[in-house]
Design a protein around this ligand. Structure first.
Ligand code: HEC
Length: 255
């Protein structure tokens, strides 16, 4: 039992603080200072618990907003959106280029049909005549076109050397454009220099091959029927072409 001499509360004694205060009367300062008793489940939440909850909500919101894409409208709808170019397929706007250069560039790809026999350097070999330095290549375009389209047999003299061999028709896959490009290419590669063959001229060559009967040509037939240039407007090799269409562009755009 607490000794009355102590003015501190006796913790062993079960003092009901509220009862003790109530006995002092309702307007006692001590009663006002005391926290009122709440119903079960209505107790106030501790400050640290509140802060902890706020932290969890903040973190959760950040995760949803960022990773969940829930609020990322500006990433979904973008003004002036343009599709990114496919990997490796960057869009490059090429300037117009001279016709001679463009035709030869295309022709170089088609030369894959001939390279196995006439060689990368156009030098021929193994009984196959060269294209480099050949008068048949840089000469009349009608003759050249018919050799390529129909193939060639029998003796032929190329750059002073006699050949007597057999070349198959190469017409497969050659339309007016392809024929024009391959002819322009071999006429201007390996030191050769001769006029451009246009798709219009090549188109005439295909028509001539159609009416000339099938089968390989020989030198006699070339001399008798094809010793001339193909009809068509000549094209200045310096004429600027649109790199997409390979059609002549009008005077370079001046802005
Ligand atoms: C299978 C081999 C072979 C292929 C492929 C070939 N040629 Fe020939 N070419 C020959 C032979 C062989 C001759 C000579 C034929 C003869 O002696 O009558 C010849 C002759 C020529 C000639 C006339 C002679 C000369 O050398 O100038 C030209 C032009 C020519 N070929 C162009 C071409 C072109 C262009 C291609 C591709 C579109 C081509 N050839 C594909 C074998 C080939």
């Amino acid at each position: 039992m607490a000794t009355p001499s102590s003015n501190r509360p006796d913790l062993d004694d079960s003092i009901n603080v509220h009862e003790a205060h109530a006995s002092l009367g309702d307007d006692s300062v001590a009663v006002g200072r005391e926290k009122s008793i709440r119903e079960n489940g209505m107790e106030p939440v501790g400050l640290w618990m509140m802060l902890a909850c706020a932290g969890v909500l903040l973190a959760g919101g950040a995760v949803l907003g960022k990773g969940g894409g829930m609020f990322a409208y500006d990433e979904l709808v973008q003004e002036d959106y343009m599709r990114a170019p496919a990997p490796g397929g960057e869009e490059v706007i090429l300037p117009p280029a001279p016709a001679g250069q463009m035709f030869a560039k295309e022709g170089a790809k088609i030369y894959g049909k001939c390279i196995g026999c006439h060689g990368a350097d156009g030098g021929g070999g193994n009984g196959i005549p060269p294209l480099a330095g050949s008068e048949w290549v840089t000469g009349n375009t009608d003759q050249l076109s018919q050799i390529i389209l129909n193939g060639l047999k029998g003796p032929i003299s190329v750059a002073g050397v006699e050949y007597n061999n057999n070349m198959p028709a190469m017409r497969d896959g050659l339309g007016p454009k392809e024929l024009a490009y391959i002819m322009t290419y071999i006429r201007n590669e390996w030191g050769n220099s001769a006029s451009i063959v246009t798709p219009e001229m090549a188109s005439a060559a295909l028509a001539i091959a159609d009416t000339g009967g099938n089968g390989q040509v020989d030198v006699a037939k070339l001399k008798a029927s094809h010793d001339k240039m193909l009809p068509g407007e000549p094209l200045d090799p310096e004429t600027l072409l649109d790199p997409e269409t390979l059609e002549p562009v009008d005077a370079p755009a001046s802005e």
